[in-house]
Design a protein around this ligand. Structure first.
Ligand code: MUC
Ligand code: MG
Length: 378
């Protein structure tokens, strides 16, 4: 039997190519918690967990994820059968409440190691892919309308993205709608424009804001109000002229079931970390499918490992009505993979090699790791 022998966690700090302005925080770097899972036959799987602006988005932080894995999760699966990610995840689920992002990084590493041992891509271990490429949008979040338009036009010209998500909710509704309208007018029918409010509005503001956004040509509104306000989401959805998407409110299959039974949204932003793992994300997708809810592949702004892990899950989805936003690696100044990912023709090519089909660039890891020796003496 191949056993799980050792689990390493490393924090990497990677600057962003520009400030990324969200309703709740401005990101200037991303912190990755990289997991390396060593097995008794010498195979090694990698996984990644990220958050958005530390604790600004959810209840897990990169530092907390590292601590949870090192102290609680790793000891539970050391010595167990590495060929059975399902059994390992069940052990973690029984002994540890929550900590979905940390669990997802471990499940990713288990599947990567299993894929490397068997020669199969993670997508095939998850049931098999139904497509090889995924449409990918870009988030315009420089905080400046003119800069966002230049950025969008550049992406269109390079055939990298033709669908844009605008981060709003920081300014007044009137200013935000003017910003969205200006970008939509500049891009016209060449691009789809959507917004993410990241829960910044109350229900009254959302009712007004969504109607105004529909009037300026916005195609979709993501998480306008608190994720916990499922009844409010249902009221907004019933009144809205454009689709409403749930993001923060989706924390795995149980919350997906609650959203579906309340008819609380038109679309699910499915994220592997938010769901608690790759198979949990597939379960969320199944709930969407049977409820007639649209599917969108979301991101926690992961770098290469987490983005490709997400991609392996998303290529197994029978329907992906709203595409994906797996652009995380493009927002970072430094590539952490040996092979840069294939972003072309408005889409991401999903590697077909064993496991995740990617390898870490160890020089980049040494340079970016938070505990690198040089820093200890600064
Ligand atoms: C979110 O809330 O969806 C996804 C894209 C982006 O810019 O931020 C994330 C998080
Ligand atoms: Mg969102």
């Amino acid at each position: 039997m191949v056993r799980v022998e050792r689990i390493e966690t490393i924090l990497l700090d990677v600057p962003t190519i520009r400030p990324h302005v969200l309703a709740m925080a401005t990101m200037r770097h991303q912190t990755l918690c990289i997991v390396r899972l060593h097995c008794s036959d010498g195979s090694v799987g990698i996984g990644e967990a990220t958050t958005i602006a530390g604790l600004a988005y959810g209840e897990e932080s990169p530092e907390g994820i590292k601590l949870a894995i090192d102290t609680y999760l790793a000891p539970l699966i050391l010595g167990t059968d590495a060929d059975r990610p399902g059994a390992a995840m069940q052990r973690l689920a029984r002994a540890v409440v929550g900590n979905r992002f940390a669990k997802c990084a471990i499940e990713t590493a288990l599947f990567d190691a299993l894929g490397r041992r068997t020669g199969l891509p993670v997508s095939e271990l998850l049931g098999g892919r139904v497509r090889d490429r995924l449409p990918v949008l870009w988030t315009l979040a420089s905080g400046d309308t003119a800069q966002d338009i230049t950025e969008a036009e550049d992406m269109l010209a390079r055939r990298r993205h033709d669908c844009f998500k605008l981060k709003i909710g920081k300014r007044s509704i009137a200013e935000d709608v003017a910003h969205v309208g200006a970008i939509k007018r500049a891009l016209g029918t060449k691009a789809s424009v959507r917004v993410d409010v990241n829960m910044a509005w109350n229900e009254v503001e959302a009712r007004r804001g969504i109607a105004m956004l529909a009037d300026v040509g916005c195609d979709l509104v993501e998480q306008p109000i608190a994720g916990s306000n499922v009844a409010g989401m249902a009221r907004l959805r019933a009144a809205a002229a454009i689709p409403i998407m749930a993001d923060e409110g989706l924390t795995g299959p149980a919350s997906a079931h609650v959203h579906s039974s309340h008819a609380a949204c038109d679309v699910f932003a499915i994220k592997i970390e938010q769901s608690g793992g790759l198979r949990a994300a597939q379960q969320v997708q199944t709930i969407a499918d049977v409820s007639g809810i649209g599917v969108y592949g979301g991101t926690m702004l992961e770098a290469g490992i987490g983005s490709i892990a997400s991609a392996h899950a998303f290529v197994t989805f029978p329907k992906l009505d709203w595409g994906t936003e797996l652009f995380g690696p493009l927002l970072l100044t430094t590539e952490i993979l040996q092979q840069p990912l294939d972003y072309s023709d408005f889409s991401l090519g999903v590697p077909a090699g064993p496991g995740l089909g990617i390898d870490l660039d160890e020089d980049a890891v040494s340079t970016l790791r938070r505990d690198r020796p040089a820093r200890l003496f600064v």
